[in-house]
Design a protein around this ligand. Structure first.
Ligand code: PMV
Length: 328
């Protein structure tokens, strides 16, 4: 009744933005990501007779927020027919509060460890469907390398799952440098932000109308290991998503001056024939896509920017897995 799992964060190259069902966390559009080696969460779960679930994340007791960890554990207990309660201890090797994709690695590791501790044997596809119901983009972290999350059509969500496009060995030179910028203000959550976008953005349907083409081209570009094509699609896709965020009511502007500083620096690098592209999620941090051969030069240039507090270097990583060493 005790198990430990690790999972990596993932970064979307074609973004998920907007739900068609908030109960089951069903997306309005499909998405594609890279699972990031270097941004991992490890989670141990043990079921016992204790009176309620307890959750410790990075040495702090988890306080309930809109991402319902307790509800997710209950969901798994119901599936397994278990009446016991879980002790959960979780640790990430990257700053959780920095606005990186901590809920993706967190929910993927939690789901895999909880299912194993509950004796529930699920296929990777079933695990991704279950993880999706805890936190949407987390369903992609079940798999390694390059991953597609299918939108699906059904109301019950049984066809909205993630799937590996190519494993991590397909493109070992691919890199993502996550910059962490100084930011005092807590951004609007992805959950709140996307709900507001679907409800009020006059261009939301135009965003949706372009995503299938991005998915198709991105899959081809990954298949062909065409870096400029991947970077170009990813950058423009992120800008389109942010255009919908900015044009909601009230407007959601995740960018701060440091965000713009990095965007312009990346564009300048391309002027100098350095292949670098940017992408951004629901926060001010910028992720720079590049290849191994340019990492040194790009990291040096990023370090010189005033607003960059820190960077994390990632390459394509593994999917979620069970490990033998427990956290308690
Ligand atoms: O799954 P959530 O609620 O963390 O939303 C993720 C939204 C984006 O990071 C902006 C895009 C994505 O596909 O990861």
């Amino acid at each position: 009744m005790k198990a430990t799992a690790t999972a990596n964060a993932n970064i979307a190259l074609v973004k998920y933005w907007g739900k068609r069902s908030s109960d089951r966390i069903l997306p309005q559009n499909g998405s594609i990501s890279m699972t990031c080696d270097g941004m991992a969460t490890k989670t141990t779960v043990e079921f016992s007779e204790q009176p309620e679930h307890t959750v410790m994340i990075n040495d702090e007791e988890f306080k309930k927020d809109e991402k319902d960890i307790h509800g997710h554990i209950d969901r798994i207990c119901r599936m397994a027919g278990i009446r016991k309660h879980a002790k959960v201890v979780s640790e990430s090797n990257f700053p959780v509060a920095a606005g990186l994709a901590s809920s993706a690695s967190g929910f993927a590791a939690l789901t895999v460890a909880t299912c194993a501790a509950a004796g529930l044997k699920l296929s990777p596809r079933e695990l991704s469907i279950l993880t999706r119901q805890g936190s949407g983009s987390a369903c992609r972290s079940i798999f390694g390398g390059f991953v597609e999350w299918h939108r699906g059509q059904r109301d019950d969500g049984s066809d909205s799952y993630a799937e590996e496009i190519k494993d991590k060995n397909h493109w070992p030179e691919f890199r993502m440098i996550a910059t962490i910028v100084e930011s005092k203000k807590k951004p609007v959550s992805s959950r709140g932000g996307m709900a507001q976008t679907v409800a009020t953005c006059p261009y939301y349907k135009d965003w949706l109308a372009t995503v299938d083409e991005d998915l198709k081209n991105m899959k081809e570009a990954i298949e062909e290991r065409d870096f400029e094509k991947v970077g170009g699609i990813a950058e423009f896709n992120a800008l389109k998503m942010h255009a919908t965020m900015i044009t909601t009511k009230p407007s959601i502007i995740y960018w701060i001056p440091a965000t713009m500083e990095i965007i312009h620096a990346v564009r300048q690098m391309r002027e100098e024939e350095i292949q670098a592209y940017f992408t951004m999620d629901a926060g001010p941090n910028v992720k720079v896509l590049c290849q191994e051969r340019d990492v040194k030069e790009i990291s040096m240039q990023l370090a010189e920017l005033e607003g960059v507090a820190n960077t994390i270097l990632c390459k394509p990583g593994d999917g979620a897995k069970i490990v033998s060493e427990h956290l308690f």
